[in-house]
Design a protein around this ligand. Structure first.
Ligand code: SAM
Length: 283
């Protein structure tokens, strides 16, 4: 009979956050697959457990995944842990879960510490709809492309960031979202020096110019504000288009400018302006 895979979340700072169930699963698993066995050994010592450990990390996961799969298929139960937080979330695990699922192995995730959810809940930003964006790439080109794809994003956006890259990331965020966009910087969550700074992107840049960033960060950035609904009527739009065309503007440009000025959809302005006398440059 095949064994199974447990995804076991571990504390992101405060060791008291390990749950009774996580401890039980770690105690009962036949072996533990760990991102860094030295980090996991410290946790196991704290829990007074002695276990068989294998490493499973970014650079050995292709080959090691097959070995782990074999062991599970032969009937062993594996508990997967990362250095901190939930395995498979910006951490190794995603591939192993897929491999096991494809092989028909039962995979169970135990709920528990996760930096993205801890930060979102304490951020003070809208939590109804959010998107997790992980780490921004080190390459300038892909960072720019990633951020450009979020320019119109209305949901709250969450990023992981390391302290030495924070100031550059804030500058990139400012370039995309502007200095006034609200941001919550959640630092050292669950640790002694936990700090939540709720400010704007510009405010955060000014803050870290005098106070060098330290520790681990989750950035929670407000989504783009909803556009207020236009108060203008089709008659207003038609009048503005007519006026612009009288001044010599083409119909196409007059429709575009009116739509922008009155915050109306272009096709609605176009329909409203159909009765305007045609212009010589109409397109
Ligand atoms: N799988 C983990 C999770 O979801 O909780 C995240 C692992 S990822 C490699 C590490 C990143 O998570 C850090 O660079 C930081 O952005 C965030 N993080 C982890 N622990 C944190 C903490 N205590 N306070 C703030 N951010 C933390």
């Amino acid at each position: 009979m095949a064994g199974m895979l447990y995804l076991v979340p571990t504390p992101i700072g405060n060791l008291g956050d390990i749950s009774t169930r996580c401890r039980e699963v770690l105690a009962q698993a036949d072996f533990i697959a760990a991102e860094d066995t030295r980090v996991t050994l410290k946790l196991l010592n704290h829990l007074q457990l002695r276990k068989n450990l294998v490493s499973y990390y970014e650079h050995n996961k292709a080959q090691r995944g097959d070995v782990i799969l074999e062991r599970i298929l032969s009937g062993e139960t594996c508990a997967l842990v990362s250095d901190a937080g939930s395995p498979a979330i910006s951490d190794p695990g995603e591939d192993l879960v897929r491999q096991c699922a494809q092989a028909g192995i039962t995979v169970t995730a135990i709920p528990g510490p996760c930096a993205v959810i801890t930060a979102l809940s304490v951020s003070g930003q809208a939590t109804g709809r959010f998107c997790f964006e992980g780490f921004l790439s080190m390459s300038k080109k892909s960072r720019r492309a990633h951020l450009a794809s979020l320019k119109e994003e209305k949901r709250t956006m969450i990023f992981y960031e390391a302290p030495h890259k924070l100031q550059n990331t804030l500058l990139d965020l400012q370039e995309t979202f502007g200095p006034e966009r609200p941001i919550s910087l959640c630092r050292e969550l669950t640790k002694l020096h936990e700090e939540i700074i709720r400010t704007t992107i510009g405010g955060a840049i000014a803050h870290y110019e005098v106070q060098p960033p330290k520790g681990e960060y989750v950035l929670v950035v407000a989504g783009a504000p909803e556009q207020p609904e236009s108060q203008s009527t089709p008659a207003d739009a038609a009048a503005m288009v007519a006026q612009l065309m009288e001044q010599g503007m083409s119909r196409k440009d007059a429709v575009r400018q009116t739509a922008k000025a009155l915050n109306l959809p272009k096709n609605a302005v176009y329909d409203a302006a159909l009765d305007c006398p045609s212009d010589s440059n109409a397109q």
